[in-house]
Design a protein around this ligand. Sequence first.
Ligand code: NAD
Length: 309
Amino acid sequence: MPLKNKVTIIGAGMVGSTAAYSLVASDITEEIALVDINQTLVKCQVMDLQHSMPFWGTTKIKVGSYEDIKDSRVVVVSCGAAQKPGETRIDLVKKNSGIMKEVVPKIFAQNPNVILLMITNPVDVLTYQAVKMFPKKKNKILGSGTILDSARFRFLISQTLKVNTASVHAYIVGEHGDSEVPLWSTAAIGNTPLTHFKQLTATKKKQIFHQARNAAYTIIEGKQSTYYAIGAGINQIIQTILFDKKTVLPLSHLVEGEYGIKDICLSLPVILGAGGIVYHINPEISALEKKQLWRSAQTLKKIAKNITL
Ligand code: NAD
């Protein structure tokens, strides 16, 4: 079946529906199918989204099923349990890997060429679980990883330096979670290294990273879940795939030897195109960052022992 500019979203809760809203508002997809085990919820999410159509564009949005994956280019997986206040992403692993054991094979049974974008947490471990189940699809299985953490990081740097976030080139890599690593050594404003900006003192840097890393805990404490920023991040990943933009994004994927790490999924900057990852950038990073990244990988490997294959 020929593929359409279509996205299927499995899990129409806060994250899935916000991603759908962001796509509808951008008017870049032909069709969006929302799938959820909660039929009342998915029906009502679709109705609400459809009613926004007169303000946005022409995207067709419907309650879908796994059959919709047949002619979709991307499937977003945002189903399962979310973090509760005080819970870490890791607490979710057992619950959500049980769900992925059922969901992931159903996706590739419909369309072996679809790009699977994992959002559900713990995102790195569940991305790895999907790769372990379908190793030949490793370039087509991605996790949103630290795209969100990097956005928070860039925003906070931009506020301190009073510069547009688009001119802040900075990544957080490793786990989407507590062991993540800020790449200060490669961060730049425009093409000028961050070290040039003396207002960014060591204390300020510490504060920025602390805020970026702990943002999810703060937001979940105050409003139960985080969805706007990840919804926008999902939009950027999908745009990159649909229009073969070859954008550099920090995404979770199978790491095969980079920085001495292998056999785990974590985020590193990659170039993304229509078919999935096209290039691994592997920036030159400091010895400390390498050490922290390696530790992050070990943390994830321990957690990955809890997945159900
Ligand atoms: P939510 O509870 O609002 O939505 C989850 C939805 O999944 C529910 O509607 C539920 O009915 C549905 N669901 C459960 N099992 C299903 C199944 N087997 N098939 C289809 N649907 C199923 O949660 P949320 O706030 O939307 O978060 C979803 C996931 O995304 C969580 O794991 C959360 O931690 C994660 N998340 C990830 C990031 C990231 O950066 N990767 C950011 C925010 C949230």
